[in-house]
Design a protein around this ligand. Sequence first.
Ligand code: ATP
Ligand code: MG
Length: 580
Amino acid sequence: MSFVARLKWFFKDRWGSYAIAVCLMTAVSLLSTIPPKMIGNTIDLMNKGTLTSSALNQTVLLLVCLSLLLYVMVYIWITTLFGNSALIEMMLRGRLLKHLTKMTPAFFQRNSTGQLMALATNDILAIGQTAGYGVMTLVNTLVGASVVIAMMLSFISAKLMIAALIPLPLLVVVISKLGGKVRTRFIAAQESFGKMNDHVLESISGIRVIRSYVQESHDLNAFDRMTSEVMDKNKRVSILNALFQPLISLIVGVSYSIGIGYGSYLVFQDEISLGQLISFNIYLGMLIWPMISFGEFINVLQRGSASADRVETAFAQQADIQDALEPVRIEVPTVIEMRDLTFTYPTANHASLDRVSFRLERGHTLGIVGRTGSGKSTLLKQLLRQYPIEREKLFISHIPIENIELDQVKRWIAYVPQEHLLLSKSIRDNIALGKPNATPDEIARAIEMASFTQDIAQMPEGLGTIVGENGVMLSGGQKQRLAIARALLIDSEILLLDDSLSAVDARTESRIIRQIRQERAGKTTLITTHRLSAVSHANWILVLDEGRIREEGTHDELMLLGGWYKEQWERQQMEASLEE
Ligand code: ATP
Ligand code: MG
């Protein structure tokens, strides 16, 4: 029942095609009862010696025509019904992907990639099967069985029918006992499939690290264990399935024996004719399929419900960040201000930002420096609104960020994350990610600003070069400059550079910084870095330590202060001159 309730939207939408399929299936069931009746009649005529050749010809012709008609009808209902299967799979996959694109990092921490893949493949497939094959088996059972039973009752013998159907209640017992178990075992099988998926993804993306530490066999062993677990769990499901069907056949077999034994007795007693006994046995044969169908239906429904539950659970998880009910519209972001913001990651036990305050005018540059793990990236991420934060702590244009429309904030910001994310497409597509309709000139300009032009000239196919999965083809510094070109292309109001130049040499870095400063005059930029020369030009610099601001000011002020910044600056200058 929960299956139907969960997918009500689909059945409501597609009820017309389901109605057509069910009507046709009913008609097919009804028409299929005619041949046995005709065969019985013919045998009775034969028995009495009154069968004429023209009557026989007529019967044969009718049977042939009926088969052709049935063929066409069956073709139509199968395509209609299984078309619905394919359709619901497509719709659910689309909805799932759309849902995933709205989720924040916390969601992906809770749900691993492998689990999500299992949802998108196996679970949605199981739902599709229930919506097609499941409906077919149900209708087959209900309509097929009742039509056959009606024929037995009206044309043969109620006594014989009741006797032959006595074993049926057993079926209900068997099915209700095994059904629940199938469901739990199926869920377990799906879960280990998800884990296996995770492992495969990690192994493939980490293959180079695994190889360099000579851990291939270790990894393969771990994978073997997982695949055997998946196999075991699936076996446990199929054992139950295997128990189902023979049991059903057994029960049907018993009722067959009763049909033949008791039926023959009734023929001897002259209560029914020989022809009726033969028709009855054909009808009984026609009951086997609806019985098996019922078993199948229970199976498919159990699986489909388990899968629908899992998909529903994923859909039910809302993003932790929602738009305000009445978001404020701002045309351009001016001042960015943080007041005493303390932030703790949902899974962490201590704060990563501790009472941080700053004020950044439009067009100014903020430098954020500090030891590794001091909270620099965390501070930038606050502007991206990936995690819930305290209200009224972060303001853009004097409006609390939580009151501004999410998409609006995201459109203002170009973000170059510390860990690169490249798609396995061409360099051009990777750069034009945020502006797919950018002209070649615009792209060339962005590439020039990122000092990436020469590198591209040396690529085998220039801009059209495919970078491979997550950019395996590129060096660390090339990946960084590609990511910068991508961000500069959209010419955003706010630019966030998270340690984005760590892998390029100092000279290239200062050239890129100079170009960014010229190009982005009047626009706001936030830069985190370990190399202080990248922020010495900034209007304001924060030195973070364990999430707290330890020092702040302009470059000159910080040098006068004589703290961590000055010490670090001098050390880096000395190192640079030694390298020269
Ligand atoms: P680096 O210079 O190495 O990039 P950082 O200054 O950018 O360091 P952050 O990434 O901001 O440092 O991390 C600050 C603190 O927050 C660290 O202690 C880190 O362990 C923690 N942290 C970062 N991301 C998460 C997360 N997703 N969940 C929990 N804790 C996190
Ligand atoms: Mg960082």
